[in-house]
Design a protein around this ligand. Sequence first.
Ligand code: PMP
Length: 437
Amino acid sequence: KPAANNLDAFFMPFTANRQFKKNPRLLAKAKGVHYWTPEGRKVIDGTAGLWCVNAGHGREEIKAAIVKQLEEMDYAPSFQMGHPKSFELAARHAAMLPGDLNHAFYCNSGSEAVDSALKIALAYQRARGQGTRTRLIGRERGYHGVGFGGISVGGMVNNRKWFGSLLPGVDHLPHTHDLKRNAFSRGEPEHGVELADELERIVGLHDASNIAAVIVEPCAGSTGFLPPPKGYLKRLREICDKHGILLIFDEVITGFGRLGASFAAEKFGVVPDLMTVAKGISNATVPMGGVFVRKHIYEGLMNGPDSAIDLFHGYTYSAHPLACAAASAVLDIYRDEGLFQRAAELSAYWEDGVHSLKGTGGITDIRNLGMAAGIDFESRKDAPGARGYDTFVKAFELGLMVRQAGDCIAMSPPLIIEKNQIDEIIDITGKAIKATA
Ligand code: PMP
């Protein structure tokens, strides 16, 4: 029986899309920092899509690279075979990554990258003769995608509760969003070291010899943009080193310039053992994700007493030629236009802009770092999230795309944004928040 209309045939009854079905908002065209609706209404992209179109939309250089690759070779198997572009890309990534993060595994999304990283971490511990290290530690208000691994270590209870037993042996660090002490602080808030010391408490509960890895977003994104408090990441690194626990940074959002540095690892001077990326890796043209690992992880896997040589992992589309071609063209743009540096330079203007909204429509906190920000406001009585949704809708009506996270609006414009466009984003955001107060 045919569905009643096109939208009925579109099966997405999940919270990410349920409201869309009731009230579809369509995007039909994109260029630079703008989208256009099918009716031709222009909307400024305050979120770089989903924190991913860092170099702006419709980049001709990326298109040309994808088309050229399509003409040369559309696909190559990633099992027992390869193609030169994937090696070239890995070498380019290794050259720009901090420390000795110099081996790359490519996949197709952030969720795949996270699941891959967790598997690599567990396999590494076993390969080096530490097979009892099976426990994983995530963080409350962490978001690591929607794979089973990602929701297990992720810190969003709603994302877990439907799925019964997930990965066993997972603990969560407390989140770092301390409103009482840090509301409206600019950049990194205070009290990082004592918050990171919570990791010692968890290690004390289970004994380090049972713990494989800790995974955190250096700066939590999807749960409202929570910059790490000062000293937090460094202290996590110290505690992990002390106990032989691996540290994984999920840089799906923070990677490729968002914080005004190539990666958060570089910005904070903390090199994780594994790093996950996606989004900005391909400027969201062809789907792509990746895991970067340090030399000791690679060597431990290959040469440990219980070598993981029989470990099977990989996707049909790992290191897809189109994705590699796109990712390489994106790196050219980032380099030639100095976009990471540009983000760093613009971030003070951005900070002043978002903080100018203090005092508007019941705003309770404003957070920023690099070219991203989160703005919290008072919830409606008995309806958490309702005002956030209405604010997002209002902003869209007024010509701005923002991201809703509960009663919070998150923003992360493309890194090619101009100052007058930042002004426009701030202006519309203020109006939308006022309108829903
Ligand atoms: N990790 C982080 C930190 C993310 O922000 C996201 C996506 N927002 C993911 C993982 C999942 O990525 P994807 O949606 O590409 O699976």
